[in-house]
Design a protein around this ligand. Structure first.
Ligand SMILES: [Ca+2]
Length: 481
């Protein structure tokens, strides 16, 4: 009986070795050596093909297989464990993707940004110098092709947000109202073409935004409107000048920038952007159209900073906490500023109704000693200073017009540095009580030529110039003529 059982068992064992384990679970075929040859996706390591494979990715870390050669394909990129039942990678913290092949962006970019690979962000967000021309870039991103091009990721924040996880909200920005006598940023864009005429439009790129400038029929108004339509700028002035049939010039003054910055973690503007931040895209013009940028005004530029330097930004809310005395969403205004009720009323009016008034209509008293480092009055129009009274009494102005009563210089004399003096009528009368100095002193680089031109003045009947020097000059002139 025992012998019979052993015989039956030996038959069963013999029968078992004659086929593959579990018939390869239907996920492979049995070879002649009773070994399962698993179908694709089931080479997970089990002899009966019961384990699934997981996706491969460039190994985050592995043994280099050559000089500077590593990161061979590995299951779950060596940054996770494979679930053999499902075939899905279970990534370690900080890694994501079906093969754990990417880093996870921090905090999901806080719902204020897009998680992008280093290759994508370089391609889509870059703006590189176009080496094929001598003018600016083409806004086409540079290529990045190293092993980690699809692995390393970062947040590309929405405009108005920054921080590695896009969790910080930008506060409004403005010019510091207490730093005055500053300049507007001003640049020049020269558009050139190998042969006229100009056609189409040139896209001016800045911070990833485009302003389309008409080249076929350019004008200052059109250029200004094009820039105004872009949310990358605030108040902007553009002046167009025709240079030649193959060169157009646009001079752009940035009066202000957006109150709410159109910036993010990749693109910033401090109010004085370098010309290298500006690019031209000629795809809507002819290919021979190029442009070059240069500075006109880049020094002592008005600020463009969070809360105008007169408040503290709360980056969790994006709101400024203004210092005392400053108001506005960017703290850009002094709190005692006066705004006219309507555009046809004075901002402030002083009217003294009593006809017996003998005091001062506007009295400005400053305790400090007279000094050139402060001002009593300061008048500006659209940011341009046109009149001021300095602390030491010096008055500066764009022009001076005296309607009547004339001009009296009590002391200090009158000095005209440039521009000369023109007397339309009444002539010039010189009375001198100085016994030592000359009455009239003339200095001419080319005296003969200058006196010839003005001889009618020299011999004029009303001339009463009596200096010894001038008589000698006139005698010499007579002799020469
Ligand atoms: Ca300022």
């Amino acid at each position: 009986m025992i012998v019979l059982l052993l015989f039956i068992c030996s038959l069963l064992i013999s029968s078992t070795f004659a086929s593959c384990p579990n018939e390869c679970n239907g996920r492979g075929y049995c070879t002649t050596w009773n070994k399962c040859q698993c179908f694709q996706g089931f080479n997970g390591g089990a002899a009966d093909c019961s384990w699934r494979e997981c996706p491969l990715g460039s190994a985050w870390a592995d043994k280099a297989f050559g000089t500077d050669q590593a990161h061979a394909p590995a299951e779950c990129s060596n940054a996770g464990l494979c679930n053999r039942d499902t075939g899905h990678c279970e990534c370690f913290d900080g890694f994501t993707g079906n093969a754990c092949q990417r880093t996870a962006c921090p905090n999901g970019c806080s719902d204020h940004g897009q998680c992008m690979t280093i290759a994508d962000i370089s391609s889509f967000e870059g703006a590189i110098y176009d080496s094929s021309t001598a003018y600016g870039g083409d806004s086409i991103g540079t290529a990045y092709t190293y092993w980690d091009k699809d692995s390393i990721t970062m947040c590309n924040c929405d405009m108005g947000y920054f921080g590695s996880d896009c969790s910080m909200k930008m506060c409004p920005k403005g010019d510091d109202p207490l730093t005055i006598h500053q300049n507007f940023r001003k640049i020049r864009m020269d558009v050139t073409k190998t042969a006229s005429p100009f056609t189409g439009t040139m896209a001016l790129l800045f911070l990833g935004g485009r302003a389309f400038i008409n080249l076929a029929s350019p004008s200052s108004a059109d250029c200004t409107a094009a820039l105004g339509a872009s949310n990358r700028y605030g108040d902007t002035r553009c002046v167009y000048t025709y240079i030649s049939s193959t060169q157009l010039r646009f001079e752009i003054t940035f009066i202000s920038w957006p109150l709410n910055p159109f910036e993010n973690n990749l693109r910033q503007n401090n109010g004085n952007p370098p010309v290298s931040d500006f690019y031209c895209d000629n795809t809507l013009a002819t290919s021979t159209t190029t442009c070059a940028f240069s500075d006109i005004q880049a020094t002592n530029i008005r600020e463009y900073t969070y809360c105008s330097n007169r408040g503290i930004c709360d980056f969790s809310t994006g709101q400024c906490n203004c210092n005392g005395g400053f108001v506005g969403s960017a703290c850009q205004d002094v709190s005692n500023m006066i705004y006219p009720a309507t555009n046809n009323q004075p901002g402030m009016q002083i009217f003294v109704s009593d006809e017996n008034f003998t005091a001062t209509g506007l009295d400005i008293s400053i305790a400090k000693q007279p000094s050139p480092d402060y001002r009593f009055l300061d008048f500006s129009a659209n940011g341009e200073n046109v009149f001021y009274v300095r602390g030491d009494g010096l008055v500066g102005m764009k022009a001076l017009e005296i309607l009547n009563k004339g001009l009296t210089v009590s002391s200090g004399g009158l000095f005209v540095a440039t521009g000369g003096v023109t007397i339309l009528n009444k002539g010039v009368s010189v009375t001198s009580t100085d016994q030592t100095g000359s009455v009239l002193s003339l200095y001419m680089k080319n005296p003969l030529l200058s006196l010839r031109r003005s001889q009618h003045w020299i011999y004029g009947p009303k001339v009463q110039i009596c200096t010894h020097l001038l008589r000698r000059v006139i005698k010499m002139l007579k002799y020469l003529i």
